[in-house]
Design a protein around this ligand. Structure first.
Ligand code: M6R
Length: 608
């Protein structure tokens, strides 16, 4: 999604804006632009394509002098990715400039009114409507203008605004799109996300819905939707600055895969105390946990895949019925949410539009909600009744790896906690499982260590046209994620099937040499999956199998076998996913794809 930055201070704004935008590249974009007040006018430069085009155009910002500016990376929604549609957008007299992340739902209606009043539009965007509407309301007082704008706009927005008449102030406002404010030694910044400001400051304010931030060279203040002053506390960001950079790895995805042992450890450790699972942030008494009648798990993409795993884990361990939903379906299907239901929303970014809407839908029906979220202070984290953070740190690559692993761990912990309280596992079983959880970081490290072997294998498949992933039970959930990883970063068509389902149609697609990745970590289903492997192999498939150490019998059926260390049957997902991530990564690298920023994709899908 779009990225916003803004700066006001003593230093030259343009280089800071360009640097900030480079830290937001992970959000996905197709054009970029900056606006800088040069002491007389607001200058705007924008360009379609990668940021380096804008860097070249502005000589890395040198040709745009000035100490107040805003910048933007645009991921096209309204109007094609062109220079004209790129942000910032001006009003007609070029005295107001604005950058926007989000979607204005009533923009056509507003645009019609503005056209009737004689406004002329240069772009197809919903954002230009904002620039002209600001102009329409402006009578010399920016705050009054912005509050009127807020009352008129429907939809989501994070805005950075400059008024030429008030060139000593940078204004920012948000509703349902992320925006933060940072206070640095030599000025103040706004940004869509923390990595864009980390080089300058660790002190940030999270702007809440319908709040306005007013930044001057030496002060930051906040107003509510009525323009009244409000006070806000800043948060100190503890992330290592290198966490938002590549740290010597070739790609963010590679770095993030290698951070998984730490991520898993960080998500586990604070919740394991004296051999017990303690999830303080859950804020539920044992009686409340016993009272849960049904769990609804709702998410999108990879987060949704962790929910498929979680269904098996919650039902298997805690014996609570679980309904799993895609957030984009849940929000519109009028779900039956009865008393005693718990709705769990899982999201790395905490800003995914469908997941946020699903959360609001659940809340509006009065059921308890729990967010499992990675980004602290994000919308889902703030709006859910309770929030359990995954401690994965910033995830930059569009393809999730470490956040996915952390989401699995959070759900194992939750399921085991519920099982403990409800008495559906014995203390001995529980202790055994906690022991297995603690071993996961080391086991993941071991699997990451075998990358050369997987890289060699991946190189043989860089020209593959179709790949199928199959598995049963939890292994089906792993197959879903393995398949998504491959297709999103390598653009190879792939599909995941519950292994038993293949012969009901899809097996007709198997041809000589088609790659089938079969996951077989569930001992009780192992033989069944072997039968499915034989079925596809008989029809010409080349089978790569992922199974537990010791299951050597599979070598008779599969062509290539990857072994994962022994763990509890409910946790195998955390290990089996590692070789599948590595496989996808090396196929993508081998094909010369843009691993971290795959085409058409955005890291955080903040529009519907
Ligand atoms: O930020 P979220 O976890 O809510 O994002 C959900 C999906 O958009 C995300 O998992 C997506 O599928 C990833 N690109 C997959 O790698």
């Amino acid at each position: 999604m779009c990225g916003i930055v803004g700066y006001i201070g003593e230093a030259q704004a343009a280089p800071i804006l360009l640097d900030g935008l480079s830290k937001l590249e992970y959000r996905g974009y197709d054009s970029a632009g900056i606006a800088v007040y040069d002491g007389t006018d607001i200058q705007v430069k924008k360009a379609t394509g990668r940021l380096k085009v804008l860097n070249e155009l502005t000589h890395d910002g040198v040709t745009m002098p000035g100490t107040l500016g805003i910048g933007h990376t645009r991921w096209a929604t309204h109007g094609a990715p062109t220079d004209a549609n790129a942000h910032p957008h001006y009003n007609s007299t070029e005295t107001i400039a604005v950058v926007h992340n989000g979607i204005i739902e009533n923009y056509l209606k507003v645009k019609k009114r503005l056209l009737e009043k004689g406004y002329v539009f240069q772009s197809d965007t919903d954002t230009e409507v904002i620039a002209h509407l600001l102009d329409y309301y402006y009578k010399g007082d920016p705050i009054e203008t912005i509050t009127k704008l807020m009352l008129r706009l429907e939809g989501s927005y994070a805005l950075g605004i400059i008024f030429k008449d008030h060139a000593d102030v940078l204004y920012a406002v948000r509703k349902d799109s992320p925006l933060i404010v940072g206070k640095a030694a030599e000025g103040s910044l706004i940004a869509s996300d923390v990595p864009a400001v980390l080089k300058y400051t660790r002190e940030v304010y999270f702007i809440q819905n319908e709040e306005i931030a007013v930044l001057s060279r030496d002060d930051i203040s906040f107003r509510n939707v009525d323009g009244e002053p409000i006070t806000k506390e800043s948060t100190t960001i503890e992330w290592d600055i290198n966490a938002a950079e590549k740290g010597g790895y070739e790609h963010f995805m590679q770095k993030e895969m290698y951070e998984q042992p730490k991520t898993v450890r960080d998500t586990l450790s604070p919740r394991l105390k004296d051999g017990r699972i303690v999830i303080e942030e859950l804020g539920m008494t044992d009686d409340e946990i016993r009272g849960i009648r049904k769990i609804h798990i709702v998410a999108c993409g990879s987060a949704y895949h962790t929910r498929v795993t979680a269904k098996y884990v919650f039902e298997g361990l805690a014996r609570i019925p679980v309904e799993v939903d895609l957030a984009s379906e849940f929000r519109y299907r009028n779900p039956i949410l009865e008393e005693g239901a718990l709705v769990i929303i899982i999201s790395q970014s905490g800003e995914t539009a469908d997941s946020l809407a699903a959360l609001r839908e659940a809340r509006s029906r009065g059921v308890k909600t729990l967010g499992i979220v990675n980004v602290v202070g994000s919308s889902i984290a703030r709006e859910a009744d309770k929030v359990m953070y995954t401690w994965a740190g910033p995830e930059i690559a569009v393809a999730t790896t470490k956040a996915y692993s952390a989401q699995l761990i959070a759900q194992y912990l939750l399921a085991l906690k519920f099982a403990q309280v409800r008495g559906t596992v014995t203390e001995r079983e529980c202790a055994g499982m906690i022991g297995d959880l603690k071993k996961l970081p080391e086991q993941i490290e071991l699997l990451l260590g075998s990358k050369e072997r997987i890289q060699r294998f991946a190189n043989r498949y860089i020209a593959a046209k179709d790949v199928f992933f199959i598995g049963r039970g939890i292994d089906y959930a792993i197959s879903l994620e393995g398949s998504l990883k491959l297709k999103e970063i390598s653009y190879i068509h792939s599909e995941a099937y519950a292994a038993g389902e293949l012969k009901h149609g899809t097996i007709s697609l198997i041809e000589e040499g088609t790659l089938v990745a079969a996951v077989a970590t569930q001992e009780d289903l192992y033989k069944k999956t072997i039968s499915n492997i034989v079925e596809v192999r008989t029809r010409g498939a080349f089978v790569m199998a992922v199974t537990n150490t010791g299951n050597t019998e599979i070598e008779k059926a599969a062509d290539y076998v990857i072994y994962i260390p022994q763990t509890n049957r409910y946790f195998t997902n955390s290990l089996a996913i590692i070789p599948l991530q590595l496989f996808s990564y090396y196929v993508s690298v081998g094909r010369g794809c843009d691993v971290d920023k795959p085409r058409n994709l955005a890291k955080s899908v903040t529009v519907e």
